[in-house]
Design a protein. Structure first.
Lengths: 475, 275
């Protein structure tokens, strides 16, 4: 008989919807052992190819079964510096778990569910964190004389820094905001990833010798040229997709209409959910609409619902999406969590206008009903608005979560950096080098919106490119 | 980020305006007239934008001037020399386009006078004929009078109560000047109603008018869109697209309303004895 997958412990929906504590509590040791024991240790494991940074999944799961946790930790860290982060935010069902042999219906080993690789990774990462397990360091004396600057401390920047620092390269990370982490800090809410996890993983980089410079904007405080002239042999740009898209419909600048970025930045980076202890406010209302169907929309809706429960002991938060649940790009887990907590979903609705009161605050959203048409370039069926189907929905807060564009601050003052029609940086895919020699890039500024681990994958390639580059320059 | 100097420039009739001289060598080197910084007074504080009023690159300092209005500016007002800001980043926004326009009128009202000072100085240095018009409620509420007088070819003051200069508004003087002579540029910073009236007056004379907008911001790097303003029917982020815009195209009503989004929260937090 095939073994059942081990479900992960989660906080009760009724409790967690009223606070910002972590929802998924992770595996206990016994649970991790049971789940690890499900892995059949394929001769030719497919899961590893499904991981954008190529973690030796088979090996670390085997090490768990032998209770060799420090070894498992070392195995993961060999490829991924941030197991506690990735174990929490990776959409594993689209990556390593998608390629697990258990998911192959025609396989002899087809099982109910792929191995919960992400929960096992998290277990090992948290074990390492809680037990202060050291990480492998392969210092190379010939590299320690080089200085590399990293612009942006999001997933790509952190990963690239870790890869280089492991070889002894002197790395400085420049971050525009007051704290490092990028989207991990301002975008991902504490109930998905507690701040102390992020702080721990960043602290690990500091232990590797990485220097963080906050409140520093390359392109404003210093130009890229000045940075290069300052003794850095290479620069990595992990600028991110930081610019929020809006719908471009009338009334969108009414008060209490937020971009998801603003709403989440106020809450996550500025701790507005602890106002007035923290001084940054965020408004919350009786009826919140979140427009969009991605993970950011789920994060915004779940944050809004928590604020409602914390301030009014009742919640009414609805996600509005143009297509249907099947086409939603958000992770299934996030959608399920949102539903459990009481977030409502309305599908096949396209906003066309916001209406406000005399003081300029939003009161209603006007929508058109949609039906699904033919698939578009993304392969998902296109929403087609139905003429004359207009109707209004009440709302006093609206959050727009319909995507992000490339951050242009540095690019706009550095014309030598070549970009594509989306404003993303053009790079040599083998090395991730940009149009400027010695300047590399990765993450959302290259590929457009992607996942944390995809950004890290690019950053690793860039780190290898940089290491090769360093061998060719004197410092 | 260390405060080297702090002064209360005025404290009268419930209005307190303070000045900080802050150590920030990188910003002091880079800041240009019209640009601003974002600071946090404490780890739990808000991110607040303030114009760089003056810089001293050799000393590595910048000067910031603020009127105590909300909690953060009151916290700044209570800070002392020797203390440090929690964070300071910049310079942000596009600098003012400084060049020889010919004849320029620079209009400043209230604490906005601090913001026109670097621009007036740079315009003068660029060879413009600079006429400065300052406005305040009364004589006690005027700042930087001497400094601005020194950078101006012509100089006027209007006070609401007539306690100094002309009784009335800056726009009365502006209208007179524009009806008597030809000017190539009007630059104005002050309370929104003043900038709006300035725009109404200069529109009549078809005079090119630039204003610097004080929208609410969070990151101020284009990431959040909190500071969006409608200019000429299009949405712009004042942090990265501005802060300066063509006054005749600004949707003032929207800006006034958006700047009141957190009025109730501000009242609430100011009532608590946090400072």
């Amino acid at each position: 008989m095939k073994k059942e997958p081990v479900n992960v412990r989660e906080a009760q929906a009724s409790t967690r919807k009223g606070n910002f504590e972590e929802v998924v509590m992770g595996y206990s040791e016994d649970q991790a052992l049971l789940e690890a024991a499900r892995c059949i240790q394929c001769k030719d494991p497919k899961c590893i190819a499904g991981c954008p940074v190529g973690i030796d999944i088979k090996k670390f799961i085997h090490e768990i079964t032998k209770k060799e946790y420090p070894a498992a930790f070392a195995t993961i860290r060999e490829k991924n510096n941030f197991p506690s982060i990735c174990g929490r935010v990776c959409p594993a069902e689209y990556q390593c778990r998608k390629t697990c042999v258990f998911t192959k219906k025609d396989s002899l080993f087809a099982s109910k569910e792929a191995i919960n690789i992400h929960f096992l990774e998290r277990f090992v990462g948290d074990y390492g964190m809680n037990n202060k397990v050291g990480a492998p360091k392969t210092s190379d004396k010939t590299l320690s004389k080089y200085k590399v600057a990293i612009v942006g401390s999001g997933p790509a920047g952190l990963c690239c820094a870790g890869e280089l620092a492991r070889y002894g390269v002197k790395v400085t990370i420049f971050e525009a905001l007051q704290k490092p982490g990028g989207v991990l800090r301002y975008g991902i809410p504490p109930f998905r990833m507690p701040r102390d996890i992020l702080d721990f993983e960043i602290d690990y980089l500091k232990k590797l010798g990485v220097e963080f410079v906050g409140n520093f904007i390359i392109g404003r405080t210093k130009t890229l040229d000045e940075l290069l002239a300052g003794g850095y042999s290479a620069v990595f740009l992990g600028l991110g997709a930081g610019i929020p898209s809006f719908l471009g419909i009338p009334g969108e600048n009414l008060c209490n209409i937020y971009s998801a970025n603003e709403f989440l930045t106020r809450i996550n980076l500025m701790s507005a959910y602890k106002f007035p202890e923290y001084h940054t406010p965020v408004n919350i209302g009786k009826k919140v609409l979140v427009i969009g169907g991605g993970n950011t929309a789920m994060d915004a809706a779940r944050a809004a619902l928590r604020l409602q429960n914390m301030t009014m002991r009742a919640s009414d938060t609805t996600i509005i999406y143009r297509r249907t649940e099947v086409e939603m790009p958000a992770r299934r887990l996030e959608i399920e969590h949102a539903k459990e907590e009481g977030v409502k979903f309305k599908f096949l609705m396209q906003p066309v206008e916001f209406l406000g009161d005399e003081n300029g605050f939003v009161k209603k959203m006007r929508c058109l009903e949609c039906k699904l048409g033919d698939p578009d370039s993304s392969g998902r069926r296109r929403p087609v608005p139905i003429e004359g189907s207009e109707f209004d929905i009440d709302c006093d807060i609206a959050v727009i979560a319909v995507g992000l564009k490339a951050n242009q601050i540095l690019i706009s003052v550095t014309p030598e950096l070549k970009t594509d029609k989306y404003g993303d940086l053009i790079v040599n895919k083998e090395t991730m080098e940009t149009s400027i020699k010695g300047v590399y890039a990765g993450g959302d500024i290259v590929g457009g919106e992607g996942t944390v681990i995809e950004a890290m994958g690019m950053a690793k390639t860039a780190a290898n490119g940089i290491l090769e580059h360093l061998k060719t320059v004197s410092c | 980020m260390k405060i080297l100097n702090k002064e209360i420039l005025l404290d009268s009739g419930g209005v307190r305006i303070g000045m900080l001289e802050v150590l920030s060598p990188d910003i002091a080197l880079k800041a240009k007239p019209g640009q601003f910084i974002v600071l946090m007074a404490s780890e739990k504080g808000e991110r607040v934008p303030l114009t760089v009023v003056e810089k001293n690159p050799s000393k590595g300092t910048i000067r910031l001037i603020f009127q105590e209005a909300g909690l953060t500016t009151r916290v700044l007002g209570a800070m002392k020399a020797g203390e440090s800001l929690y964070s300071l980043v910049g310079p942000l926004g596009h600098p003012t386009e400084i060049k020889k326009y010919g004849k320029a009128i620079i209009v400043g009202g209230g604490v906005g006078i601090a913001e026109i000072y670097p621009v007036a100085k740079a315009m003068k240095e660029a060879g413009n004929h600079v006429t400065t018009v300052l406005g305040a409620r009364s004589k006690d509420l005027l700042i930087l009078e001497k400094e601005l007088k020194n950078t101006s070819d012509e100089f006027y003051i209007a006070t609401d109560d007539g306690s100094y200069g002309r009784k009335g508004f800056t726009t009365d003087i502006l209208e007179e000047l524009l009806s008597k002579g030809k000017y190539d540029l009007v630059y104005s910073v002050g309370p929104i109603p003043m900038m709006k009236r300035t725009s109404m007056v200069t529109k009549k004379f078809n005079a090119k008018t630039i204003v610097s907008l004080n929208a609410i911001m969070v990151d101020a790097t284009g990431m959040c869109g909190c500071c969006r303003v409608t200019v000429g029917g299009k949405t712009y982020f004042s942090c990265v697209d501005g802060p300066e815009f063509d006054a005749s195209l600004v949707d003032w009503e929207e800006l006034i309303k958006r700047n009141r989004i957190y009025d109730d929260k501000e009242k609430h937090i100011c009532k608590l004895n946090i400072i």
